[in-house]
Design a protein around this ligand. Structure first.
Ligand SMILES: *Cc1c(COP(=O)(O)O)cnc(C)c1O
Length: 425
């Protein structure tokens, strides 16, 4: 079959109705499935036949959305989860056990930092933070025989640093571990990390993929490229699973070993399951993802250029600006545009920043980014308030940082709103 371009995949991949079937993805609002014989159901439990047993583990509506996302990222399989947090947790737990550690870029989402540095620590998995300004030699000191993966965000939320995916894929592979990339802000429209050597990709689908601030969700996608057997340090994938009467994921599922284990073992046990209804809503968002990303990026670049030349702005960070220190990496990994999120500082520090935000009429103060509506947030006092000052700096956040998520309204209205808010302070 012809491989479609990404805009076409957004629409045509996933659910493909046959003769006389509903045109639109049906919502299979059912927890369970009927079989004619217990032998058949037994085969499903033994993973000998494909099919759905119970919606905690899989569901046809969710399955079609997973197929679409796997096609968009270019992976062998995907698994939707109840949230982005559940997706990153699944990625780690699928390959790391108590006593293991992993290397992680320090510029990542605040919620992920808490999960990794606090909650995973409690269960004996250690995160080791590094940053991109370190040399390869320095970073390699963080690896040892118990290191199981490297984790980073394509476009860090909210620092907006761009991950040098090839560099970190090489570092990870040199130490026989996979690179896991959170591709939430870029989306597969703007960057497909597998094409640059990443092995596993995850998203908070809550952001651009849904795109309308309607449903919380996450997804994990497996490239199928990492050789777990050759790496020799992932017995959970290469040796019999006692909780599944001896299944060996690499032997029995080949390239889909990682994503199969994530589903039949972790989704079974953790139950971080997406609902059929939310998967349906996510699918609607995915259909317009390419269109929306194009407009988000166009609008954000225009707003960034306006802010760059504005006397009320002390600094601005948007990776697509030529003046950005991230510009070279952006050109390499996100040549079509990065995302709709801009960060900047208002002259007058924290106080002026708060006044500016309160004066906005259209852009709303919300704990969310990456949806159709323009919104603003002050991370130091909200999303990242659990972090220490040191962690804030490490995550690339200053007290005056305003995160502006540029929506898909007419850009003149967005800029007018910012202008009148500046006038008010
Ligand atoms: C929001 C976000 C998450 C967490 O996702 P939830 O859907 O809110 O659980 C993870 N990574 C990034 C980059 C995010 O922006």
């Amino acid at each position: 079959m012809k491989e479609y371009k990404i805009e076409t995949k957004c629409i045509q991949e996933g659910y493909k109705p046959q003769n006389g079937e509903p045109r639109i993805l049906p919502i299979y609002q059912s927890t369970t499935y009927k079989y004619d014989s217990s032998e058949h159901l037994g085969d499903l439990f033994d993973l000998k036949a494909p099919g759905h047993m119970y919606t905690r583990i899989s569901n046809p509506t969710v399955d079609f959305v997973e197929q679409k996302i796997a096609a968009l990222e270019g992976g062998v399989g995907a698994m939707c989860t109840s949230s982005g947090q559940a997706a990153s947790l699944t990625c780690i737990l699928n390959i790391a056990n108590a006593g293991d550690n992993f290397v992680c870029l320090s510029t990542i989402y605040g919620g992920t930092i808490n999960l990794f540095a606090v909650t995973l620590k409690r269960v004996g998995i250690e995160v080791r933070f590094v940053n991109q300004s370190m040399s390869d030699e320095e970073i390699e000191k963080y690896f040892d025989e118990n290191t199981k993966l490297v984790f980073g965000e394509t476009i860090a939320n909210p620092a907006l640093t761009i991950l040098d995916i090839e560099r970190f894929a090489n570092l990870a592979h040199k130490h026989n571990v996979p690179l896991v990339v959170d591709n939430t802000f870029a989306t597969p429209i703007n960057c497909r990390p597998f094409e640059h050597g990443a092995d596993i990709v995850m998203h908070s689908t809550t952001k651009y993929m849904d795109g309308h601030a309607s449903v919380v969700g996450g997804v994990v996608i497996d490239s199928g490229n990492f050789d777990w057997e050759a790496a020799g340090k992932f017995p959970g994938l290469t040796e019999p699973d006692d909780s599944y009467h001896g299944v060996v994921y690499t032997r029995d599922f080949g390239k889909a070993a990682f994503i199969t284990k994530a589903r039949v073992q972790l989704m079974r046990d953790l139950g971080v399951t997406p609902q059929p209804m939310t998967a349906f809503i996510l699918n609607l968002g995915l259909e317009t993802l390419a269109l929306r990303m194009e407009r988000h990026c166009q609008n954000a670049l225009a707003v960034a250029k306006f802010l760059e030349n504005n006397e009320n702005v002390s600094w601005i960070n948007y990776p697509d600006l030529e003046s950005s220190d991230q510009y070279a990496l952006t050109q390499k990994y996100l040549p079509g545009g990065s995302c709709g999120v801009i960060s900047f500082g208002v002259k007058g520090g924290r106080e002026a920043a708060v006044k500016f935000m309160n004066a906005l009429k259209m852009a709303a103060i919300v704990v969310h980014v990456a949806d159709a509506r323009t919104s603003v947030l002050h991370p130091a006092s909200t999303t990242h308030r659990q972090l220490t000052d040191e962690q804030l700096v490490e995550a690339g956040i200053t007290p005056d940082l305003i995160r502006l998520s540029v929506g898909i309204e007419n850009v003149e209205d967005i800029i007018d709103d910012i202008k009148q808010a500046f006038a008010a302070i």
